[in-house]
Write a protein that binds this ligand. Structure first.
Ligand code: ARG
Length: 281
């Protein structure tokens, strides 16, 4: 059976790394050992923008804030779908202000900004579409209850997946949709029930080894037929090519020092789940 490309992933919100540093530790990858090299960070971020544009995608930017070093990880600021932006509720105080700034950006850019409940959820770091549903992580940063709150308020259909490993604290480190049949899936970060649920939804998963997962290979994005990854083993590249993708590497080592890579640095703006907010009672 032939697969249909993702209908989204051509337009992203990104935040220039002017103030990117690692100055606190809220995940196991963040340590004081290796300071960020600001020039390398700028070059790598620019390289990612270039890779997206070369693949036919478009990048919009938000103004960075000097007090928010993790603001470069725009994926966590909220969920954008059907032209509606649901601002995140960050788990840690250090990042609490990022969703407000993203909501201001979204309103200014003409998107609708939704009311969200009280439960913690870290935006598209923990929710990625597969066909017309969102595969949604919980158990590390996001609280399970957030997904039912959002589904009641906004009508989006969430499939909750429990995350079990602090190294893989967001679903976007263990799951990346590729088209309507395939996704990158890292079993290392999933419970057996979570893996079973994903396999029941995704007919043709590419399962990643623990090494591939630790190199953040699942933190990839897809622009049309191009998969842009922070790293990909020869085996993974072959698996992607066999399914008709071009595999492109955008090195983002500076950002891995904060526990984030290609997906975390990009918030997709063009997801359509087919829910009209006006239709929700
Ligand atoms: N330092 C950030 C944090 O721990 C990195 C976020 C990575 N983002 C992602 N979507 N996984 O919150």
């Amino acid at each position: 059976m032939s697969a249909t490309n993702l209908g989204w992933g051509h337009h992203y919100l990104m935040c220039p790394p002017d103030h990117f540093t690692v100055e606190y530790a809220i995940n196991p990858w963040m340590t004081a050992d290796e300071p960020v090299d600001p020039k390398a960070a700028r070059d790598q971020w620019g390289g990612l923008v270039g890779a997206i544009e070369t693949a036919g995608g478009k990048v919009s930017t938000i103004t960075p804030d000097p007090d928010l070093p993790d603001m470069v990880f725009t994926a966590n600021a909220g969920i954008m779908a059907d032209g509606v932006f649901a601002p995140a509720r960050m788990r840690f105080a250090e990042r609490a202000r990022e969703p407000q700034l993203a909501a201001q950006w979204a309103a200014g850019a003409g998107y609708e900004v939704a009311e969200v409940g009280a439960a913690t959820f870290e935006g598209m770091g923990d929710a990625l579409p597969f066909r017309d549903r969102l595969i949604a992580g919980y158990g590390q940063r996001t609280k399970l209850r957030a997904w039912s709150e959002l589904s009641e308020n906004l009508g989006w259909d969430f499939t909750p997946i429990e995350l079990r490993d602090p190294r893989f604290y967001h679903i976007d480190i263990v799951f990346s949709p590729l088209n309507d049949r395939s996704a990158l899936v890292a079993p290392s970060g999933l419970t057996s029930a979570g893996l079973r649920t994903i396999k029941s939804v995704v007919p043709d998963p590419i399962l990643l080894t623990d090494d591939e997962a630790q190199s953040f290979s699942a933190n990839s994005i897809v622009v049309g037929e191009t998969v842009i990854s922070p790293a990909a083993s020869p085996r993974l590249r072959r698996e992607l090519e066999r399914r008709g993708f071009t595999s492109v590497i955008a090195p983002v080592d500076e950002f891995l020092k904060a526990g984030g890579a290609v997906r975390c640095l990009t918030l997709p703006l063009d997801i359509e789940l087919g829910v009209e907010l006006a239709q929700i009672a």
